[in-house]
Design a protein around this ligand. Structure first.
Ligand SMILES: NC(=O)c1ccc[n+]([C@@H]2O[C@H](COP(=O)([O-])OP(=O)(O)OC[C@H]3O[C@@H](n4cnc5c(N)ncnc54)[C@H](O)[C@@H]3O)[C@@H](O)[C@H]2O)c1
Length: 389
């Protein structure tokens, strides 16, 4: 299969590696020659390291390298069966590039976008044959993250959806099919992990380290929310939250936080600037302070963990209620896309639907904010005395 990738930055080069490893002939295109050189050098380094570690042999390394060519003209992608666009997250630029691409490629070529936050329907509308357009959303780093969200737009044909799912599954990835709605699955369902943790901090219930500690020790999350926001970058994470909030017509459930906004404005972006919610040394490790070492009392840790967890479960339940994806795909998305220790709907069953509804109602009764409204699906399951699985 011939695969054309537009944009050789972080995501484009990672996707190229995945497709080439699966045996596809890949052409990686970028307008910036330096970005192409950088992508090639980075891939050579990654592959050399994989050989060193014994994960692949030098034959495989050579095959992956020869499977990728680096091209400087969009027209060079003309023989593609599938193209995946991974350029800047700007709707007008994506539309211009994809409508130009459509002139060169065959009628049967699938034109996909790796967009994280834009509407696939809107991107598809730039094409003469919008039914060939689809969202194929990889996670960073693409070669390591197991999940790929596949997002059919309302214009996408059934055949294009089936072919895309088949191709990406064949690349050894787990596919979750998501409705074309803001944040798709992961970037929607994960919002409370950050938002509720920030809110708990803003209310003065606990500091960053205590909140992180609670979610890691009681929840089994690999990173606490503040460590994770520092890792992602407060600028990037804040923009996603703001975009999702606006896209949901300002539903208070997705309201961004002034704390994070100020951190982003101050340039306290996290690991990449050496300072965020924590301080970092040159190796990117947290400079341990007394707060990081302090253990919260058990009751407080439980209160923090349960509040964030039930908000995550509520979000996952609402995504299912609104048919954003199937229960299996929602759970897979969170375990395979962001490494959650358990699927949230399976977690809800484990905690008990009654527990979830009472916890949400407790929060709602305390705050009287729409942010804490319980998903109608949780209430329905409780009424019917049933579970997600
Ligand atoms: N970085 C992430 O964590 C992540 C995760 C999932 C999805 N995405 C999405 O993937 C896309 C790419 O993100 P990224 O982080 O790889 O960006 P990036 O900035 O690392 O790379 C973008 C590349 O596109 C090139 N480019 C820009 N305009 C172009 C054009 N008109 N024609 C050809 N090449 C052009 C740039 O030179 C650059 O090399 C975005 O839509 C983003 O939302 C990013």
């Amino acid at each position: 299969m011939n695969v054309g990738i537009i944009g050789s930055g972080t995501m484009g080069s990672g996707i190229a590696q995945v497709a080439a490893t699966a045996g596809c002939m890949v052409k990686l295109y970028d307008t910036n020659q330096a970005a192409l050189f950088k992508a090639k050098a980075a891939l050579d380094k990654i592959l050399a390291r994989l050989v060193e570690k014994g994960r692949i042999d030098s034959e495989v390394k050579k095959r992956i390298q020869t499977n990728i060519s680096y091209v400087e003209r969009l027209k060079d992608l003309e023989d593609s069966d599938l193209t995946i666009e991974a350029i800047v997250e700007k709707l007008d630029i994506k539309k211009t590039v994809l409508s130009e691409l459509e002139v060169y490629v065959s009628e049967s070529c699938i034109i996909a976008s790796n967009t994280s936050s834009l509407s696939v329907a809107s991107i598809a509308s730039s094409l003469k044959r919008p039914e060939r357009c689809i969202g194929i959303h990889f996670f960073n780093p693409a070669p390591l993250m197991q999940l790929v969200e596949v997002i059919p737009a309302i214009q996408t044909s059934k055949e294009v959806l089936e072919k895309s799912v088949g191709t990406i599954s064949g690349w050894n990835k787990t596919v979750a099919i998501a409705k074309d709605t803001p944040g798709f699955i992961v970037n929607r369902v994960a919002r409370p992990f950050y938002g509720e943790s920030l809110r708990i901090y803003e209310e003065g219930i606990a500091d960053f380290a205590t909140i992180d500690h609670s979610l890691k020790t009681l929840g089994g999350f690999k990173m606490g929310p503040f460590e994770l926001m520092d890792f992602i970058g407060n600028d990037v994470n804040y923009i996603v939250t703001e975009t999702v909030f606006a896209a949901f017509y300002y539903d208070p459930r997705y309201k961004p936080s002034f704390t994070q906004k100020r951190f982003a404005e101050a340039g306290y972006l996290g690991r990449k600037t050496g300072k965020g919610y924590y301080k970092y040394d040159e190796n990117g490790s947290i400079v341990t302070s007394s707060t990081v070492e302090r253990f919260p009392d058990e009751k407080l840790a439980k209160q923090i963990f349960e509040r964030v967890l039930v908000m995550l479960i509520n979000e996952a339940a609402d995504a299912l209620f609104l048919k954003i994806a199937s229960a299996e795909d929602i759970d897979n998305a969170m375990t395979k896309g962001v490494n959650y220790p358990k699927g949230l709907l399976a977690w809800a069953d484990e905690k008990g639907i009654d527990w979830c509804v009472s916890k949400m109602d407790e929060l709602y009764n305390e705050y009287h904010e729409d942010r804490y409204r319980c998903s109608p699906l949780l209430r329905k399951l409780k009424k019917e005395n049933t579970t997600f699985y």
